[in-house]
Design a protein around this ligand. Structure first.
Ligand SMILES: *Cc1c(COP(=O)(O)O)cnc(C)c1O
Length: 231
């Protein structure tokens, strides 16, 4: 992709985020996580050069290849896809933030691996506020107890929540999904010592303005920046 057009697209998306922030009366900001999955490693450099220092990947092997090619410190790496427990140890050194902490068993694995690697994992707890069976993440009714349990684990720092909305244009459904995560974040902040309610990762190309209106601090954007993926 020609880099001038990427710069222009980033400016347009930032403008749309700013408008959504104003519309909802928010004084804080929302950052873009540029989702580069399925694209070659060179796009990670292009994204960084276009002013996007946060990059999201959904598979460990693909992220590892790109980290090796582009450099671990070239950008902030976000792992946004489901992480299998047997890949936790390999993944930990690669990412700055895990968006998809979706089970207590995965938390225990990350805690053990982080402890033995003498590091700390920063993670967002994925909550399933859309109610779709097919989605990963904690059921809202059990999330607070689970967050309480995970917040005690050594080597694991919980810094917010993540949710994924259904693929729909129905604004009411999207808003309800995002608002559910926003409320859970507030509840966890009140009830769970050790939970840091810093981030709220929600919003993708087709719904990010609504997510920002509902409090998103990290929007995960692929298509709107880079075009349709082939895979
Ligand atoms: C692919 C992906 C995105 C980006 O999707 P777009 O619709 O292309 O913006 C965001 N979040 C997750 C978890 C993804 O897997």
């Amino acid at each position: 992709m020609e880099s001038l057009s990427l710069v222009n697209r980033v400016a347009e998306v930032r403008e749309r985020i700013d408008v959504a922030l104003h519309r909802s009366g928010r004084a804080d900001a929302a950052r873009i996580v540029a989702v580069t999955k399925t694209y070659p490693a060179a796009l990670v450099r292009d994204a960084r050069d276009a002013g996007l220092p946060d990059v999201g990947e959904n598979r460990v092997a693909e992220m590892q290849g790109k980290v090796e090619e582009v450099g671990r410190d070239a950008v902030r790496w976000h792992l946004i896809g489901h992480l299998q427990r047997n890949k936790a140890r390999r993944a930990i050194p690669l990412f700055d933030l895990l968006h998809s902490l979706d089970s207590v068993r995965l938390a225990r694995q990350l805690s053990d691996d982080a402890t033995s690697l003498e590091t700390e994992v920063r993670a967002l707890v994925q909550v399933n506020t859309s109610g779709e069976e097919s989605k990963f993440g904690f059921d809202p009714g059990h999330a607070i107890d689970a967050i309480g349990e995970m917040a005690e684990m050594p080597g694991l720092r919980l810094v917010g929540l993540m949710t994924m909305a259904p693929y729909t244009a129905d604004e009411a459904v999207l808003r309800r999904t995002f608002r559910g995560a926003s409320r859970l974040r507030e509840e966890a902040a009140r009830q769970v010592p050790g939970f840091q309610a810093v981030e709220l990762s929600m919003g993708m190309s087709n719904d990010f303005e609504i997510a920002v209106e509902e409090g998103s601090t990290l929007v995960r954007l692929g298509t709107v920046l880079f075009g349709e993926r082939e895979l």
